[in-house]
Write a protein that binds this ligand. Sequence first.
Ligand SMILES: [Zn+2]
Length: 463
Amino acid sequence: MVKVIWICLILAFRLNFLQAAQPTLQALVTNGPPETRINVVVLAEGYQAGEASKFVQDARKVVADWWQTSPYTDYSNFFNVYLIFTPSVDSGSDHPSRKIYRNTYFNSTYDSYGLDRLITIPPNDIDLLYSDGQGKVDALLKQLMPQYDLAMMIVNDPEYGGSGGQVPITSVDYYAPAVLVHELGHTLGDLGDEYDTDAPSSSTESANTTRETRRDYIRWTRWISTNTPVPTPKTTMYASAIGLFEGAAYHATGWYRPKQTCRMRSLLDPFCEVCQEALVLSTYRLLRPIEESNPVATDLVVSNAPVALSLGVMEPASHNLNIQWSVNGVVVPGINRLEMNIWPAFLPKQNNNIQVEVRDGTGLVRNDPTNLLAEVRTWQLTMVGTPEKPTVFFENPTLSEKGVFTSLLRGTYNQGFVIQYSPDFHQWLDLETNLLAGGVFEFTHNRVGARQDRIYYRAQLHP
Ligand SMILES: [Zn+2]
């Protein structure tokens, strides 16, 4: 009997140990297959085996705060979030200045490079070994989530702190989510700090920090109203203006930022417009708006039958994308949709270039020099033979005593049409937009009181 109990105890211990030692991957938010989304991995540092559920809660808080911050409110659905849990022997992190040392999985530490709030993992000034910190991160990502785009780390220590860099880090203090969103600004958007406290730092020009004072050469000049002086006084008059405010990149003078307040300067403020723009552009650097196009082949031979062209797109959470089709460089007006049937009989030439452009018209971006917010697909359609034109004609036109005009539209054309009328063959006014159903559409125009006027009708076919 005693022997059996012992075996059970040993087995239980062994199972626990195996469970604890095994790093695990878990999806926190899935917005789509990993191939079609920006994949973010959150790593656990300084959590003991029994604190796995606390880690999930902490990560959830951070992600919720991140996605409630503009511009990510508009683009949260572009991301998937995964968690990797690796238990540590101790809870928390090292604080060398107070001689506090904890045995943790990635050997994180506060007090890096002489700054008490700077949390880093090796290699750093305290532990030079890549294999103690970043090496473990890289190995875990390679093993569990090779499709990751971005990794971040939550350090289970209640003291305020964090860092940017390759793997942004935050602790679990009250401001942790806000810290991480700030750090993500560095990592995702390549944004600079907008702090004006002098600190030893090798500052570089960035999307939101500059030494440039000539208005036309400032990176964010398109955001600066012509009424706003440059440099801009830090007065209440310009409290919400975009301008050129002195003090940025750890310099009180000689460096400038776009706005008086910004998340890259203070944890309780939203990102300024210039930083939001940089973050939207960086999102589109990672994920393009067109997910798929059909047919996949782009050189098509067409004869009589209509050819269906279509797109699958990554629509932001907050707004629709603009879709514009053109045939041989001529825009097809009014077709803001993802599919189009091309009737060979309507193609103007034997070889035709059909193009569709998808564009995010967000007001958050004014400068997009490399056209990141747009993507284009083109097909070359070569016509063989002489295709038959699809037909549409009016049938049985009737005008009743009461002035109601009716007619059937009949034909083989399966795209939309708009029925128009004109008193003089010059000015045409839209009456009705519709489709033939089963090859027929019953058209009615009530002209009570005007039956003595002569008017003309026509149907304009949508491509
Ligand atoms: Zn900013």
